[in-house]
Structure formats: C-alpha cells, structure tokens
Design a protein around this ligand. Structure first.
Ligand SMILES: Nc1nc2c(ncn2[C@@H]2O[C@H](COP(=O)(O)OP(=O)(O)OP(=O)(O)O)[C@@H](O)[C@H]2O)c(=O)[nH]1
Ligand SMILES: [Zn+2]
Length: 360
C-alpha cells in the first residue's frame, strides 16, 4: 500500500514534530520510548510525559563533559530527571547560554542500565532537526499503542540510523547570468529525506572529461549575505565564483549546511558563547555538537550526478579532500582559497588551523 508514509517520510515528519514540540515514538525490537526535544518541550507536555514513566534526559558526551556528568554510553549520557525539577532545569542542562552566570550544580545521576539505542536515535533526530542535541526519553512497555492512540509519528532505531540526507535528485536547472560569470546555470537538488535542498552553480560549460575547478561551499547566512567580519565565507564565495569566471568554467556547490551543519539558531548560540570567550570549536562542544557536523558526501554525490569524475578543489580543508576521494571523486589538485582576512576573523581562522586541521 503506497498511501502509507514510507520510513523516510515518517523520519521527515518526526523531525518536524520535534521542532514543533510534538512527541515522537522511537522503538527497537520489543523496546520503545516516547521522545521530546528539550528545546521545544513545554511544562504541560513534560507533566503528561511524567504520567507515563520516569523521564531520562539524554545529552551528548560533549555536553555532559561541560556539566561534569558521567557519560556511560561513550558518545552520550543518560541522566535521571530529579522529581522536583522541570522544564526550566532541562533547558538549562541542554543550553549552555547561562553556564557561566548560573553554573548547573550536580551531582547528576547518570544511568547505565540497558542499552542506549533509543536515546542515541533521539539525539540523532534532534541534531537532524537542527535543535539543541538534547532529548527527554520515557521508556514504555507499549510505545506502539501510545503512538496509535495519540496519532504520534513512530520510527525505529534502524530507520533513524539509515536516514541518509545525501540521496538527492535534480529538480530544475536554469540560466543564471552573474556578475562573476555571464554564462551561469543554477541547478537545484532535493534530498529524498525531505531535508534542505542544495544548489550547484555551473559556470560556463565545464568539460566532463577533464578535472573541473570546484568548490564545496557551506551556507553561511551571516558571511555570505550580511558580510559578517567573523568569518571568511563571503569573500571565499565571491573569490571562488570570480576565479571560475576568469577560468571560463567551474562548479560551485552551495550546500545548505549552515553553521557547519548545526543550523543558524545553533550557530548564533555558538556566537553568543564566543562573546563569552570560547573559540569556535569550544563553543560547538559546549552546545553538545562535534566541531563539524557536516556530511560532505552530499557534494560528491551532486558532482557525480552532474557527470564530473575529477576535480581541482578550491579549499583549505583537508577533510573535504579526503571525503571526495572516499566517495570516488579524484582530487587532482588542491587550489588554496585564502581571502577575506580581517582583524575580527583572525582568531577564528587560527583556531581552524590549530584544532580542525585547516591548511594555512
Ligand atoms: N558552528 C559554527 N559554524 C561556523 C562558524 N563560523 C562559520 N561557520 C560555518 O562554517 C561553514 C564554513 O564553511 P566552508 O566555507 O566550507 O569552510 P571550511 O570548512 O573552512 O573549508 P574551506 O573554506 O574549503 O577551507 C559555514 O557553514 C558557516 O556557516 C562558527 O563560529 N561556528
Ligand atoms: Zn561564515
């Protein structure tokens, strides 16, 4: 029956539900749980959730480290929610905004019984929803019945693990003359997962049989559009297009991976932490993210679909090169892209070189 939503469609719904603050059900072989994202939970829903069982807070090990909470599951920590604490406590555990002003005081009771698969899937869903990576989980004997009763979206651990935002299909392409290149075409690609669309800007008519001058650019609203001085994204975007225009051919992928994959709201949370003295990597970690949450397979997939097999890659990021090669795209040359150094972004660029392996 094709009228029922497929696993990918249910995952897309689950992400939307979490963003709205609607609970979702996650299950795995006989085990199940009802899950709410901490960022969007309300006191009323938390109270109703408590009526079902004991809520557990799940955080990433990165966030747990800042809180000095034990992470028995390696990559994440499960923490018992004290009976006398509510939504305000949960939000303060998840959000580092006030860590310095009002530090969260432990000891926290970290849980270690049973598996953490349901919790891991919940964190993955919260991250894919671009919310803070924190969830409230209540294990249930019959989660499927609860989902049916209240019309909740239900997904399995395996479905969440298999969620692949990198399977894309072309939607449309049209001519786009630009200041940097009169002969331009913009291609729009849409993921089957219902996540963000990504774009490819084709400059000239690059020969598919030759290595193409290529750039994988991650969206940066603040840098690309507003001309922020905190990063080098805007100048890099314009310099890459200009270089392709001068060469007469190239392809710039504009990947909607704002904030190295954490979304604009979380990037602004990171900026607020940077104003408290943390660097770009520390800020991501305090929020509970890895320093880079992007999936560069996206770029390789788009280039392959467009008929390219080898590239001259404009980048200072060795991880982009490694991923292209792992995805079967030959990087015949790395073309450095060093532009837009300002007094404001010198520290940011130095941190990327020191901690994230960027080439200077
Ligand atoms: N989380 C976070 N993201 C940031 C910050 N500053 C910039 N970004 C994001 O970082 C990404 C920059 O991506 P790229 O231009 O591909 O940069 P890169 O990984 O340094 O690689 P190359 O420029 O190719 O060397 C964009 O998604 C920005 O939104 C920050 O302080 N925190
Ligand atoms: Zn930027």
């Amino acid at each position: 029956m094709t009228l029922a939503p497929s696993p990918l469609e249910r995952l897309s719904r689950a992400r939307s539900d979490l963003r709205l603050g609607v609970p979702v059900v996650v299950s795995e072989a006989g085990e199940g749980a009802v899950v709410l994202a901490v960022e969007t939970l309300t006191a009323e829903r938390l109270a109703d959730l408590r009526g079902l069982g004991a809520p557990e807070l799940v955080l990433t090990a990165r966030r747990a480290e800042t809180l000095k909470a034990r992470a028995y599951d390696g990559d994440l920590a499960r923490i018992a929610v004290p009976d006398d604490e509510g939504a305000t406590w949960l939000k303060a555990m998840a959000d580092p905004a006030d860590d310095l002003r009002v530090p969260m005081k432990g000891p926290f009771r970290s849980l270690r019984d049973g598996t953490a698969d349901l919790h891991r899937a919940s964190i993955r869903l919260a991250k894919a929803s671009h919310l803070l990576p924190a969830a409230v989980v209540v294990r249930l004997a019959d989660a499927a019945r609860l989902a049916a009763r209240y019309g909740l979206t239900a997904v399995t651990v395996a479905e969440v693990a298999d969620d692949d935002p990198t399977v894309l299909h072309p939607v449309v392409a049209a001519r786009l003359p630009m200041a940097a290149a009169a002969a331009g075409r913009l291609h729009v690609f849409r993921p089957d997962s219902g996540a963000e669309e990504h774009y490819a800007v084709e400059v000239g008519r690059p020969d598919r049989g030759q290595p193409v001058l290529a750039r994988l650019h991650s969206a940066c609203f603040t840098g690309d559009v507003l001309g922020s001085l905190k990063c080098d994204c805007g100048p890099q975007l314009r310099a890459a297009l200009a270089q392709m225009g001068e060469a007469g051919a190239g392809v710039l992928l504009y990947l909607n991976q704002e904030g190295r994959g954490i979304g604009l709201a979380n990037k602004m949370r990171a900026y607020a932490l940077q104003d408290q003295g943390f660097d770009t990597v520390e800020a991501n970690h305090r929020l509970g993210f890895e320093d880079d949450e992007r999936d560069f397979r996206l770029g390789a997939d788009i280039l392959r679909q467009m008929g390219f097999r080898s590239v001259r890659l404009l980048t200072n990021n060795p991880k982009k090169i490694a991923m292209m090669e792992r995805c079967g795209l030959q990087v015949v040359d790395r073309v450095p892209l060093r532009v837009g150094l300002t007094a404001e972004n010198a520290g940011y660029l130095a941190t990327k070189a020191a901690k994230s392996g960027h080439l200077l």
